[in-house]
Design a protein around this ligand. Structure first.
Ligand code: LHQ
Length: 261
């Protein structure tokens, strides 16, 4: 599929989706929401893709909803419908892709842009990145799943404070709070991101996908159900070529060559 608001690159098992509206700091208009959702779906189905990176072109990751676009919609514009048909689909698409998604947060991530970063499985921030729950700055409540993702990651107290103040969180603070996995220097940022993504893409990615599924499911389960679900997904992983290869490599004292199946 060809896209106009995003760039998609597939190399060495890694699909990189780059939000590409740098003039507005990669603000999401309807087209970019739809195209990003479609690109995640495609990357999920693409057999050669074993890890997905999402990043932004220029100095920002994403400034969230395109506010110029919203201001042109007039009084009858339903934000609820906009969320249901737009961001909610994008976020659920990201969570249902059974492959690791890395958000490479190259600069500011605000509002729905912050939400997209939080819906990824792993986050690496440039030392120049900031995270802003910008919703309250314009009189809105958090959306794009940030009422769900943010408290899970950093706890309610911090999540609520940054959501009502709209104060920016630096990359350093985000690392201390466990909101990002890593912080990297701006100069070598994409190099470091892609080295990490390639390492993941060479791993037992079927198991990585099942791990994602099981951990999200376990959120809504008690211990007994989580144990039962682990047994189900482990059955699937244990029937894979990767499991056979992993055990053989261990016994033969060599590096494993995983294929993600
Ligand atoms: C923008 C934007 C932007 C358009 C920068 N839109 N042009 C869901 C449902 C429906 C409605 C509402 O929202 C939502 C979810 C949400 O995402 S709500 C949150 C929406 N986002 C924001 O409120 C953030 C707005 N942007 C900012 O506060 C600042 O731009 C940040 C802090 C991100 C960056 O500040 P600076 O580095 O100082 O850059 P800047 O403000 O000078 O922006 C550069 C350009 O980008 C500028 O255009 P211009 O033509 O003057 O150079 C901005 O107008 C444009 N831009 N964000 N969201």
């Amino acid at each position: 599929m060809t896209y106009e608001t995003i760039l998609v690159n597939i190399t060495e098992g890694v699909t990189t989706i780059t939000l590409n509206r740098p003039g507005s700091l990669n603000a999401f208009n309807n087209q970019m929401i739809a195209e990003t959702t479609a690109a995640f779906k495609e990357a999920g189905q693409e057999k050669g893709t074993r890890c997905i990176v999402i990043t932004g072109n220029g100095r920002a990751f994403s400034s969230g909803q395109d506010l110029k676009d919203v201001s042109l919609r007039g009084e009858n514009f339903s934000i609820g419908e906009h969320l249901r048909h737009g961001y909610n689909r994008l976020i659920t698409q990201m969570i249902s892709v059974e492959k690791p998604i890395i958000a490479a947060v190259n600069g500011v991530a605000a509002g729905a842009g912050f939400g997209v970063a939080l819906a990824a499985d792993l986050r690496i921030a440039s030392e120049k990145a900031t995270f802003i729950q910008a919703f309250s700055r314009i009189g809105l409540v958090p959306d794009s799943a940030t009422t769900w993702t943010l408290p899970r990651l950093i706890g309610y107290t911090r999540a609520y404070e940054i959501s009502i103040t709209g104060d920016p969180v630096t990359a350093e603070q985000a690392l201390k709070w466990g909101m990002v996995n890593r912080v990297a220097p701006a100069e070598q940022f994409m190099e470091i991101v892609l080295a990490w993504a390639r390492r993941l893409a060479e791993g037992p990615t079927l198991a990585y996908g099942l791990t994602k599924r099981a951990m999200y499911r376990a959120e809504g389960m008690g211990l007994d159900d989580a144990l039962a679900y682990e047994a189900r997904v482990q059955e699937i992983a244990a029937r894979s070529d990767d499991f056979r290869e992993g055990v053989a490599a261990f016994l033969e004292k060599r590096a494993a060559h995983f294929k993600g199946r």
